[in-house]
Design a protein around this ligand. Sequence first.
Ligand SMILES: Cc1cc2nc3c(=O)[nH]c(=O)nc-3n(C[C@H](O)[C@H](O)[C@H](O)COP(=O)(O)O)c2cc1C
Ligand code: SF4
Length: 429
Amino acid sequence: MTVTPLPRAETPDVFAPATLGPVTLRNRTIKAATFEGLSRDGQVTDKLVDFHVQVARGGVGMTTLSFCAVAPEGCQAKGQIVWRPDALPGLRRLTDAVHAEGAAVSVQIGHAGAVGNPKATGLPALAPSRHFHKTTLSFAKAATRNDLRRIVREFGESARMAADAGFDAIEVHLGHNYLPSSFLSPRLNHRDDEYGGSLANRARLSLEIMRAVRDAVGDRVGILAKLNMDDGVPGGFWLDEAIPVSRWLEESGSLDALELTAGSSLLNPMYLFKGDAPLREFAGVMPEPLKIGVKLVGSRVLRTYPYQDGYLLQDAKQIRAAVDLPMILLGGITDRAIMDTAMSEGFQFVAMGRALLREPDLINRIQAEPRTRSLCDHNNKCMTTIYRGTRCVLVDSGHPSPFADAAATPAAPAATPAGEAASAVEVSA
Ligand SMILES: Cc1cc2nc3c(=O)[nH]c(=O)nc-3n(C[C@H](O)[C@H](O)[C@H](O)COP(=O)(O)O)c2cc1C
Ligand code: SF4
């Protein structure tokens, strides 16, 4: 029998309240953003509200509404929420519903950059330098200085709208080779202006964005950044550069907490998740030409990485040692033992993606019985469900997925494969 070690006396209790900037969370668990695929025509739907109500009811300290784009060309999917005044009433409905369950709610704001989907948006995608996107068969154009000025401003305006809509926190996406992260990457950023070259120049866009967000909302809400520790591709951004960037972010005073991630939705998506690469399922949801591509060379892009609980911990500890900012440990947080390890290693919060897709009530159950084990087996097949309402494909009769209903009702599909998971099928090595 496996015995879960009890937390040491000095270890902070993951179920004790904690502050995140101006917000107090009822405990230190956060639902990580998992693209829900439940907005329609840029608006919140009842199913999207239900998704977060279920997670909030399941005991989490804070849930996270996934990627809402700061600009139309920064979307990966048709129907995705873009920050516009007409989206605010629906977003307010969502924040009120989550608050009624006693949880806080954050929203991820971002710009997809080269992961943007011109077929869904009707606009060219943007990148630091021209980049051919093999999934959408189109070029992302190099962002001009004017584009960057506009986008920085839009991050600030989006943050202000998020605070107005009742969100407790804003999570700025600085990872996964989306726009700010692609600027950090020496592999994707070949510019010779003040946004390219040295690390200080490649980090300029991220720092400007975070400053615009802080200037827009002050301390009305908590401000988080989801930063890559490494892209998982040769010639990309790595931990040696993530450490100084984390320090600069801390020194900027623009953040209340830092969440660490890894991987590239553009070039190496499975590096984000670890676990099985669901090639057959991806091929099944792709339109015809891409289906063949996935079958032929998908295993070169969708690589299988061994999964283990807390798989980002070792790298995250190096950033933990370099900054004093409150930090959120993400990646394979599934049970009380790894939560306690995170707390004892100096992380203030833990974030959970797949484990809470599998069982939205897992937090309550772990609190009631510390030996509770997650039922998620890291098969990653949920990645292929984002077109019609993201859900766990393993619905156990004892713990049915509240999202199954959403999946059973076909929604308007994205014009082309889109989102974090869909970008996984970019068929390049
Ligand atoms: C179906 C699915 C969709 C996701 N969508 C997003 C997203 O929109 N934004 C994001 O930053 N990460 C996204 N992720 C990544 C998760 O936030 C998280 O980083 C990853 O799943 C690792 O955490 P876990 O081991 O707790 O699942 C997604 C993950 C899954 C499984
Ligand atoms: S489909 Fe379910 S069991 Fe599989 S990785 Fe996703 S949440 Fe976990």
